[in-house]
Design a protein around this ligand. Structure first.
Ligand SMILES: Cc1cc2nc3c(=O)[nH]c(=O)nc-3n(C[C@H](O)[C@H](O)[C@H](O)COP(=O)(O)OP(=O)(O)OC[C@H]3O[C@@H](n4cnc5c(N)ncnc54)[C@H](O)[C@@H]3O)c2cc1C
Length: 436
């Protein structure tokens, strides 16, 4: 068998594995290289794996809506049964508590309506009926637990919420990456772990492959940067970062795990998966194992911790854990606060506008799927397909910058203009946080 390959992907996270599936499915000979021991061991392993459809821009909403249908049809879409097991998408709906009329959600709702995605407006009576256990006292703006005004009611009551039925979560993000690996391997893709890419090679004016640690050279006419929080460093290494108008950087995040409050235990009809709550600056969802996961929506009171070295950041919980858990306890009076901080500490790969960068680069043959900004796990199924389509478009002679590739949505119809995720875009008007 020839060792020649058509495309080399750096990174076997959920995005890199999905791209491998997309490219191998086109009949390309694909090799994936990752410096960690297995698929999904990078930032994917820490994902809260929330699936939802609301985003600030129409292309992002379309991407999430199309991806949701892939999660619903997951095994059929992948076409394999992974011997390690297949993940499950559990659809439970999600709730966005509204603070006031200026909370920026109108924009999101317009996109839901444009695409015919269902949502419900819950009033005070409906909230009381569905979630009597939730303390709906307004406390905002969000404060740190050591602020003298922490826990002081603002005088406003939360009387409205948006309910999105087409939402849920995936059981195991790391296994998801492995499922995509298995699907890619079924089409002949090869994976090499515990191996770092140290240099990108250029032949003439084109990407031509990589040099691995230890010196081995792998030649490939197409190279894809799917390096997650390492991707901005990889773009610099490849010499393509300076020509980008949108930049991306690793941002430290803590997700807290606490016992699931009894009030929030799943009901026979599923219960509520995710509660996004700008009043306390948190999102929370139940997890397998009777846990509640608590993450931050980046309120102004939380420090922004950019990390220049994705290999060298502090993975221990800090005061941020306490801040998030105390804020959540305001909302859930029966939440028990454990004496020991458990959860995950990891990195988002955040772009200037919290939208992903799915694009080519100024170096022909070098592509990037990065800037996933804490919100692209849900879009991984389509990210792989659209990158494969984009690469095909460019390699068959089109200039994606001038004539953007449009991805055809096979489940929901219509197309997504992938130019919306260009490295050369003007930063989009978004929520400027993980909602994207
Ligand atoms: C705490 C947290 C919570 C999140 N919650 C959600 C959520 O609820 N919903 C949602 O949609 N999204 C969520 N996300 C975002 C989502 O998980 C990420 O966007 C996605 O997992 C990124 O996948 P990736 O493949 O790009 O990166 P990664 O999984 O980080 O993979 C990158 C890979 O590249 C490899 N690599 C890097 N450099 C090299 C090199 N030089 N040589 C070889 N290999 C290299 C790394 O080893 C790594 O395995 C969350 C993210 C985090 C961190």
């Amino acid at each position: 068998m020839s060792n020649a390959i058509d495309a080399l992907i750096v990174g076997a996270g959920v995005i890199g594995c999905s791209i491998a599936f997309g490219l191998a499915g086109q009949g390309r000979r694909v090799q994936v290289i990752d410096k960690l021991p297995a698929a999904g061991y990078g930032s994917t392993s820490s994902s809260a794996a929330v699936i939802r459809t609301y985003y600030s821009t129409l292309p992002s909403t379309r991407l999430a809506w199309e991806s949701l249908h892939h999660w619903r049809d997951y095994e059929n879409f992948l076409g394999v049964t992974d011997e390690r097991g297949m993940v499950h998408y559990t659809e439970t709906g999600s709730l966005f508590l509204r603070t006031d009329d200026e909370d920026g959600l109108e924009n999101l709702l317009t996109h839901q309506e444009t695409l015919g995605i269902a949502y419900e407006l819950w009033d005070d009576a409906r909230l009381t009926k569905e979630m009597a256990w939730l303390d709906r006292t307004g406390y905002g703006p969000p404060r740190r637990h050591d602020d003298p005004d922490f826990g002081e009611p603002s005088g406003r009551q939360i009387t409205r919420a948006l309910y999105f039925p087409d939402s849920g979560y995936v059981s195991d993000p790391q296994l998801t990456a492995h499922n995509f690996q298995a699907a890619a391997e079924a089409h002949g893709a090869r994976f090499q772990f515990n191996t770092a890419v140290e240099e990108f090679l250029v032949d003439g004016a084109r990407a031509s492959g990589v040099r691995l640690e230890g010196g081995e050279v792998i030649n490939a006419p197409v190279v894809v940067n799917a390096g997650g929080p390492w991707s901005s460093g990889l773009n610099r290494l490849a010499g393509v970062a300076d020509s980008m108008r949108v930049s991306n950087r690793p941002l430290r995040q803590e997700v807290c795990h606490v016992p699931l409050p009894a009030s929030m235990a799943p009901k026979d009809d599923g219960g509520v998966a995710l509660i996004a709550d700008a009043d306390i600056g948190n999102y929370a969802r139940p997890d397998v194992g009777n846990k509640l996961m608590i993450g931050s929506m980046e309120p102004a009171c939380d420090p922004v911790v950019w990390e220049d070295d994705p290999d060298g950041f502090n993975r221990s919980h800090s005061e941020q854990w306490t801040a998030q858990v105390y804020r959540q306890a305001l909302r859930m009076p029966d939440l028990q606060i454990p004496g020991q901080a458990t959860g995950v500490v990891d990195l988002y790969d955040v772009s200037d506008d919290w939208m992903p960068i799915y694009d080519k680069s100024d170096l022909p043959g070098f592509y990037m799927a990065c800037g996933t900004s804490g919100n692209q796990f849900k879009n991984a199924p389509v990210a792989g397909q659209l990158m494969a389509g984009l690469i095909d478009w460019c390699e068959s002679g089109h200039d994606h910058d001038a004539e953007p590739y449009h991805f055809p949505c096979r489940y929901t119809g219509g197309e997504i203009n992938i130019g919306a995720f260009s490295r050369k875009r003007d930063a989009a008007a978004t929520t400027g946080n993980v909602i994207g």
